[in-house]
Design a protein around this ligand. Sequence first.
Ligand code: CTP
Length: 458
Amino acid sequence: MNAILKNKRIILGITGSIAAYKSQLLVRELVKAGADVNVIMTPSACKFVTPLTLENLSRNPVIVEMFSGDIQSGGAWHIHTAHVCDLMLIAPCSATTLGKLANGICDTALSVVATALPLQIPLLISPAMDTTMWMNPSTRRNIALLEKYGIIIIPPAEGELSSGFTGSGRMPEVDVLIEYIVNTLSGIIPNKRQLADTQSFESDILVKTDQKFSSLEDKIEKAKWTAELELTKMKNDLNLKENFLKGKTILISAGPTYEKIDDVRFISNYSSGKMGYALARQAQKAGANVILVSGPVSIPSPEGIVKIDVESADEMYDAVFNEFYKCDIAIMAAAVADYTTVNPFNGKLKKTEIGEKLILELQSTNDILASLGSEKNEMQKLVGFALESNNDIENGWKKLKEKNCDMLVVNSSNKPGSGFRGDDNTITILLNDGSEESFPTMSKDGCSLIILKKISEL
Ligand code: CTP
């Protein structure tokens, strides 16, 4: 645990949300790390977890009622409490408390302390609620305002919600919250409360996407936020049309290939397989029968998906062609080696035998995508990927035509939030009707959903 937490005084606000159970674990971890934690709960929070538990875990009295006789020390208890901490975090923060803080409504002990918090003390908020509440325009407006005030919003995670639905709105896990606290205390995440532009609030009853962003980082942040919103809207939409790929069989290739040099060495690339596996997961969720042909990756096998493991480009070619005739859609997301060794060595090559230079003879592999393009029937849809380091779109169009694809997904190898290994990607989709659409950086799961939705519409 990070030493920066030692002796730090942290006010933890807890509001009425099922996620309050995680706050108990958070208190335990913070106390373990040497922090002095003061918990303030709203009355609704007490319906989910008890002040007694939190008192025991934090080893401090818990404040719930703002007029309770126990805390009135000559009045102004809220001011004294707020002034002596290093950081305040509200986790989980309900839609109600977001609304109160955005509008200065001080009718609970928690909202009064948060409002009394001096500007030099950072305030972090971890909203937690169902996706529909998270997407509600009033919540969006309140979040935009709170960010405008310089409050640090910890984006909710995605996943299963207590309502049984799936979407954005979960409170992130304890380690994520602690990372935010540590990064804020150490200045990596700056406290912007003092810089809040109090002059322009009148015109700022805007959603976050309309805010002014200046630096490149801010622009990326804005683009990601827009993408998140779009994606959540799309997911809600798709939830209504659940199983939009039902009855379809989709063949997906993923990961790198290994081209053998000798028994212990190979030529490969940095592909992690994350994009192909995300496509496989999302296609399965959308009701498709998925066949995944995977090069060597360290991602666990997705449950319920037929997976064929291969190593070399040649093996991938054979596996893909064995399955292709069954498929309605093929998505070639693998980073297939373009060249393979002509005579791989049996055993291990020895330096003493090779000498100073090792010259490998390589020959081009079969282009799997191009071969599928020339074999596919009219009903089959073919999607390729293009990884480019420059002239992305121009090269993408060339590949789409040359390989006879219905869709080509262009991603860049040298832009932040794009390409191999990371969890995010920045894609442009080209369609064989000549249309093209670029998307902001988003998770590979998000990109997959967009790609699959587009295919389902072809
Ligand atoms: N591809 C393939 N078989 C190969 C090489 C590539 O099926 N032997 C597929 C990839 O799976 C991807 C698409 O072709 O869907 C484009 O791959 P990319 O590496 O971007 O381009 P290349 O065609 O290999 O051309 P270059 O490396 O010169 O850009």
